[in-house]
Structures are given as C-alpha cells and as structure tokens.
Design a protein around this ligand. Sequence first.
Ligand SMILES: Cc1ncc(COP(=O)(O)O)c(C=O)c1O
Length: 464
Amino acid sequence: MDASAPLPIEPVGAALPVPCVDGSERRAIELDQAASTQAHPAVLRAVEEFLPWYSSVHRGAGFRSRRSTTAYEEARRAILRFAGRDPDGDDVAIICRNTTEAINHLAYRLRLGPGAVVATTVVEHHANLLPWGRVAATRHVECGPDGTFTVDDVVRVLDDGAPPALLAVTGASNVTGWIPPVDDIIAAAHQRGIPVLVDAAQLAPHRPLPLAADFVAFSGHKIYAPFGAGALIGPRTAFEDGDPFLAGGGAVDLVDLEEVVWTAPPEREEAGSPNVVGAVALHAALDAIAGIGWPAIIEHERALSRRLRSGLAAIDGVRLLGPDPTGPDTLAQATFVVDGMDHALVAARLSAEHAIAVRHGCFCAHPYIVRLLGLGPEDVAAYRARVRRGDHSAMPGAVRASAGLGTSPADIDALLAAVGELAAGTPAPVPYEQDPASGDYFPVTDVPGWADAAGELGGSCVPG
Ligand SMILES: Cc1ncc(COP(=O)(O)O)c(C=O)c1O
C-alpha cells in the first residue's frame, strides 16, 4: 500500500484535534468506524443544499414540499440501485432509522405463526438476535474457536427439524470483521425454500450487498451518512398484506372508525413524517461510494486489514480474537485483548494518551464474545449476577479497532505503536479511576477537556 496515496475520503472533521492528558491537542484517529462513521463531505454538501428546500414529504402541495417528496423518492431509488435491485422492479426499500429498526420491522411484518422457527447464528449482533427471539423459536449456527462457521454448519441447522421460516445472518461480523460466505449460504437456504435476511450493517460500507438476499438491512450512520436514516429492502409482496409495523398517517388510503384501508408498500410501511434529510444524506453517501467504486474500496481496506491484524497479532501480550490474520477475508477491523489489562482501561488510555478512538466491551454481541473469549456457563452466570447488582467493574470484553475509507496506514501504525507500549507495561502518565457503575476508566487530571471527565464526558461503551 502506498502510504502517501490520498485517502478515498477525508471525512468531515478529519483534522479535528482532541485533548490528550499530556496537555497536547492531537488529530483524532478514528478507529471506531464499525460503530459509526463521520460524514462524507458530499453528504454534508447535499444536506446543506437540500435544507433551504426542506418541507414535508408526501404531505404538501407547495413547491418545496413537492421538491422534498422528489428528493425522498430519489433516495429510495438510489438505495435499491445500491443493493443491486431494479428501482422499478419487484423489491421495495423501506426507509427507517437504522438496522435495528429495519430488523424489528421485518420481524413484526413476517407475521410468523405459532411454532415458527427462525435460524440465525451465534455470530450475530443483538439487533439480529433479539427481534427473532420475540416472534419465533430460534435455532443457532454455532461457531468454532476462531469465530467462523462453514456453509455445511448452516445447512445442518437448516435441516435439523422443521424448516425455518427465515434464515437471518450477518453479512460481516461487527466483532471480528469476518465475512461469512453469504452467497453460498443464501444458495443453500434457497435450495430448501428458506428466505434469507442479511444484516448488512457492517457489510454495506465495505463490500457489495448480496444480490440474492431476500431481505437486506443497513444503517446510514455506518456508511458516512449520520443523519438518522437506514433501509430495509425486500420483496413488495412481503409487505402487501396485513397491518404495518407502524400505524398512522401516510400509511393509509382510507380510514373510518371501524375500518382501515392500508396503502401500498413502501408507503404502507412508513407511517409518520419521513426523515427526508436522512434520506438525502444516505443518497449522497451511496453515490459517493459508487463514485469511489468497490475495487478501490476493497483494495484500500484489505491492505489496512492485513496491516492491522498481522500487526496486532505480532505484539507480545496481545491476543487477536477471531480468524487468523492469514486466514479468511475480513473487514479492516480487529478485536483483541491485552494480557493483564482491563479492556476498558486499554480503550481509555488509547483515547486519553494517544487520541485514538476505539471501542471496548462486548460490542452488542454477547453470545459471540463469550465464545471468542472461551467463557464457560459458570463465568457467564457470575457476570450475570454482578450486572444484576449494578456492578460493571469487571465485565468480560475486548477492544475493537475498526477502519474505513478515511483511515490511513499511518493511523494503523499509530495504534500498533500505542498498543505495543501498553502491552509492554509502559506506566500511565496519570492515574485512572474506574466508575464501577459503568466500568469506564477516566484519567485523573486537570488537563482541559479531561478534567472532570467522569462527570462531563459520556460513558464509553456501557450497555450492550
Ligand atoms: C452487524 C450489526 N448489525 C446491526 C447493528 C445495529 O445497527 P444500528 O445501531 O445502526 O441499528 C450493528 C451496529 O453496530 C451491527 O454492527
């Protein structure tokens, strides 16, 4: 990788300095791109250009209203194109808040009957686990110690009893960055007549969406459009019958006090005033991704992934979770533990001493992290008892560094150097105190920005 090559994007705020406990201000190194990405400059421009024209969508005869409605519907078409769907074809894009809402929406909308089964995997984010447990019995594909499973593992679960009504699987793990063989998994499910939802929250910013997936969900804030819009894509027929997830204005053709005539999808699924600013932002981000092109995106991120994962694996006292760095394709993401050091303290020190932003904890994927850390049922029971007492001071977890299109090789090298120092036992320049209620560490210092941090700055990774 040419370290001097321009980055595919310079996100809004890329040059912003943040305070460090040595009193310096340094450019923030954002290695938490799997959680949320800073805005693409084209997204900001599109929002600024749109706002003077902002008005209600589908609810006004004024010129601004009509223009806003057009912008919203153009965003919908862009989402379908991004997912490889024909905007005039059989699929609809429902614009919602984020992946969590999209999957809850689908879980409600499939109207699964008593006895229905949904197959999913232990690798999933809670957003693709918890909604299914509420509406169906679930069967789970297990992973091996390296956090991966094979197509055969999936097939065994699909064939192990009554055929599932749906297979819900992630397109890429938010913990290890592993990219399951989703196309082959979908083919195996389809051979059995089982539809597939792909949770593409992590996949969408980094790889093309799987064309054969029946349903796809993703979030704008993970793809450089943090304005509160995401999408659920699926066949129009899945939304044509039954009452929608949200009931209200905009979703109906006719209402009297006894009877409702719901309108056709996708509007049927979008009761309430839509988030047109979020839709405009998402549209701009998807166009920007198309402008960069998948080959350039994949090349940039594969090089970062190799540098990050092999670099961490080579540090004494650091254990990389998930597949081997020389193993299967992963996103430019790595989750690791530093021997003898609480993950919350590692993350706090990277931030306060090095201006490096990472995430720590269980990454909203508790079953997966329990397996990756090799915790047994007694460990889990003990942690559960502590949490029930309100004590988060010794929670299991790890540290995650995740890169994106605004990450440079130098950013990765800065992380590797900082983690190397921590793993080598370099003493902290200031004491750190832990808040037992959240488990977070805060530096004890008078330095502006960090002074009184425990009271003034938000908790880092508290609930999962
Ligand atoms: C794989 C995966 N699925 C779902 C989600 C939930 O996304 P959101 O918080 O945007 O709803 C996330 C968020 O981190 C994720 O990584």
